[in-house]
Ligand binder design. Structure first.
Ligand code: PLP
Length: 454
């Protein structure tokens, strides 16, 4: 049992007297009293207590465990508490726990080399950040300096992070209360299931979406557009698989108009799709690649920009106007080295590809055949979305109340889900086993069999 790992116990450093209540209750009380949570109205929040984890499971202090089919915020690609990553962090901590980004450091060089080794030819430099949002901030800034142009084009349905320019690039409601909104333009991407272009095939959706983008570029003024910023596969907004020709078509428009193509691989990169980078499944090479999450599975906060030689050359003589105290933090760098080496040695990216192709896709499609509430199943690797609809004909999304019920029923059966709007995102760690997928599919099946629309 998971109790044998003892992680549910109180570590000795926490000295609070808990003799009168359980550790779970004590943790909840501390959280309620003193922790201010992201993206939430605070009053009604009762966050789940998580005390420990291993592989695809997490558990609380009382020994109640959950199958983690969220990978937290879709970042724990290598699973929880991978021993090689924990050891890399521990060894680096004993050696040096912090050093300025202006120094040369072995862990940082080793991490950068492992990242560029997996990128396409002609990408040899990495700029490290604290996470995904600031990776996008810095990529946009590089593109603006490189081109001498101002505007960045991105999708309405996207998520690029919650800092000044990154949240403006995010196209939905989240960009509204932002004082830095300048030089950003949004456009519609391809998504046949809810087509903005009245298309009836993937090829038509692709052609019309590319036509729309070219008209936006021309309308904004070709000489003003610095960059197009896209998630290779938009994640949070719905795991919307682009048609085969879309990213190459965007690349061609960027070449035609001298625009920098930034692909945001923060969520879809480092194994999630069964490739090191999601764009590798498409015939496209960007100019800048942003990453975070899966690169070290979030064991220590980090992210960055992988820079093509052509853009890197701009900064041979021009100062790059950017930097952060914790860029390339040694503990983060050690965790990248540990994570990427273990992923390589253990075939973890290949596992994600196989699980997606042989287990998740057939399993989820079988669920769709059985449950009309599943309007569409789409994805790849360990990156899948189930679109829940009140009516398969009209594709009307299920209500927030239905989703709240789905969440409670899944949690009650020991599955920690990732839910967005009317969707279940099926996003386990890349190390997930056949048996764990079978367990999760049985739980989804049971919950979707309930009379949810009543
Ligand atoms: N880009 C994408 C595609 C993301 O999914 C996210 C986070 O979910 C971000 C950027 C922001 O990353 P972070 O939260 O590490 O700043």
């Amino acid at each position: 049992t998971y109790r044998s790992y003892q992680h549910h116990r109180k570590p000795a450093i926490y000295v609070t007297d808990t003799s009168t209540q359980t550790l779970n209750a004590h943790t909840s009380e501390l959280d309620r009293a003193h922790v201010f949570h992201s993206w939430s109205a605070q009053a009604a929040l009762r966050p789940l207590v998580i005390a420990g984890g291993l592989g695809c499971r997490v558990w609380d202090h009382d020994g109640r465990s959950y199958l983690d089919f969220s990978s937290q915020l879709v970042n724990v690609n290598i699973g929880h508490q991978h021993p090689a990553v924990v050891q890399a962090i521990t060894e680096q901590a004993a050696l040096l726990t912090t050093i300025a980004p202006s120094t040369a450091n072995l862990a940082r060089g080793e991490a950068a080399k492992r990242i560029t080794d997996r990128a396409p030819a002609g990408f040899n430099k990495v700029f490290f950040t604290n996470g995904g949002a600031d990776a996008n901030e810095n990529a946009m800034r590089m593109a603006r300096v490189h081109t001498g142009r101002d505007k960045v084009l991105s999708l309405y349905k996207s998520y690029h992070g919650n800092t000044g320019a990154a949240v403006v690039a995010t196209g939905d409601w989240r960009r509204i209360p932002n004082e830095f909104a300048r030089g950003h333009v949004h456009f519609f991407g391809p998504f046949l299931y809810r087509s903005e272009f009245w298309a009836s095939s993937e090829a038509e959706e692709c052609a019309r979406a590319l036509h729309h983008l070219e008209r936006v570029i021309q309308g904004e003024g070709v000489a003003s557009v610095a960059a197009i910023l896209l998630e290779s596969i938009p994640g949070t907004a719905g795991i919307m698989m682009p048609p085969a020709g879309y990213l190459p078509g965007v690349r061609a428009l960027c070449d035609k108009y001298g625009i920098v193509l930034i692909l945001d691989e923060v969520m879809c990169g480092f194994g999630r799709t069964g490739h090191w980078f999601a764009f590798q499944a498409y015939d496209v090479v960007p100019d800048l690649i942003t990453f975070a999450k899966g690169v070290n599975s979030g064991y220590v906060p980090t992210g960055g920009v992988i820079i093509s030689d052509a853009i890197a050359a701009t900064f041979d003589e021009t100062v790059f106007p950017g930097g952060l105290t914790y860029s390339g933090h040694p503990l983060a760098m050690a965790s990248i080295v540990g994570a990427l080496d273990a992923m390589e040695a253990e075939g973890i990216v290949e596992n994600a590809a196989r699980i997606g192709r042989d287990v998740l896709e057939p399993g989820l499609k079988a669920l769709q055949a059985k449950h009309p509430i599943i309007g569409e199943v789409r994805g790849v690797g360990v990156f899948w979305a189930l679109e829940l609809v009140a009516d398969p004909a009209t594709r009307e999304p299920v209500s927030a109340a239905v989703m709240a019920r789905v969440k409670a029923e899944l949690l009650g059966r020991g599955l920690l889900p990732f839910l967005m709007e009317n969707r279940i995102h099926v996003v386990p760690p890349c190390v997930v086993t056949d048996a764990e997928v079978a367990e999760a599919l049985a739980i989804y099946d049971e919950v979707l069999s309930l009379d949810l629309l009543a």
